[in-house]
Design a protein around this ligand. Structure first.
Ligand code: ATP
Length: 263
């Protein structure tokens, strides 16, 4: 479980996160949603220990995150950050193998290599294995990073996957496959926390949603409780209609023409 308690994060007296409290359990898919600048990436950085909260705590499986060293943490949770700029000539295989670094010292074992191969296949990029990473398109690079994240967490019991905009740059098919994969991972007992911009994917796939507005919790609960027309209008400044087509098992959010002002 990842639990935050009265989490605050400030930079130069500017409050980026205020009083964030939630408990994400293994087996759950949490979507973090909110308008640009709402604090989603900042929260993901705090959860992954990239930055330290100004006050409040994050605990991971009952232990304060500050008490984990980076290697120990890397063996229990994997992070896909928003920016993954790599300009060196690593191959795709080498990048995905980086996910196994926390598990070996000088040379990967046969098991590490097998896991890398399985993750390349899982994300549908085995045919890119020998390609030089910077020569791939943005969406292809994102899939490689997803495979690296999976390789890190592949055999971890009760592991967590933290994804900041995992589908950024991906086409519709690969966005869909990424959300399917996240769901599959939660069914296997992993916890997934993801920043999600597409509210329809959040509605369809997330078990729980944390909606942020200006660094504060605006709404929290199940996807159906949080992703209401009123909340979306207040937090994003856009009116939406939520319809339930007869032939789909889930409702669909449709933006209406004119935006409303957010204050
Ligand atoms: N180091 C910093 N110094 C000052 N302001 C910062 C710093 N880091 C982030 N911010 C500001 O904090 C706010 C939250 O940023 P954050 O990246 O968490 O937003 P976000 O919800 O992830 O947005 P987006 O959807 O655009 O990715 C933004 O207004 C951003 O400009």
């Amino acid at each position: 479980m990842i639990e935050t308690n009265k989490l605050h994060f400030c930079v130069k007296n500017k409050s980026l996160l205020q009083d964030i409290n939630f408990k994400a359990k293994t087996g759950e898919f949490w979507a973090i949603v909110g308008a640009n600048g709402a604090g989603k990436s900042t929260l993901m950085k705090v959860l992954s220990k990239e930055i330290t909260p100004t006050s409040g705590t994050v605990s991971f499986h009952g232990k304060d995150l500050r008490k984990y060293n980076l290697k120990e943490l890397a063996q229990k949770r994997a992070v896909l950050a928003q920016q993954n700029v790599i300009t060196l000539s690593f191959t795709v295989h080498e990048i995905v193998l980086m996910g196994r670094y926390p598990f070996y010292d000088s040379k990967p074992s046969q098991k590490d290599l097998t896991i890398v191969d399985r993750c390349l296949q899982k994300v549908g990029i085995a045919h890119f294995s020998d390609r030089i990473y910077p020569t791939l398109s943005g969406g292809e690079q994102q899939r490689v990073q997803l495979a690296r994240t999976l390789a890190q967490i592949w055999e971890v019991r009760e592991g967590f996957i933290l994804l900041d905009e995992p589908t950024s740059g991906m086409d519709l098919l690969h966005q869909y496959e990424t959300f399917q994969l996240a769901r599959e991972m939660t069914r296997k007992g992993y916890g997934v926390i993801a920043v999600v911009h597409d509210l329809n994917f959040a509605l369809q796939y997330a078990d729980q949603v944390l909606m942020l507005k200006k660094g504060k919790t605006f709404a929290i609960g199940t996807a159906h409780e949080v992703l209401t027309g009123e909340n979306i209008r207040e937090a994003f400044g856009v009116s939406v209609r939520i319809i339930q087509p007869d032939d789909t098992p889930f409702p669909v959010i449709i933006p209406e023409a004119s935006p409303v002002s957010v204050c």
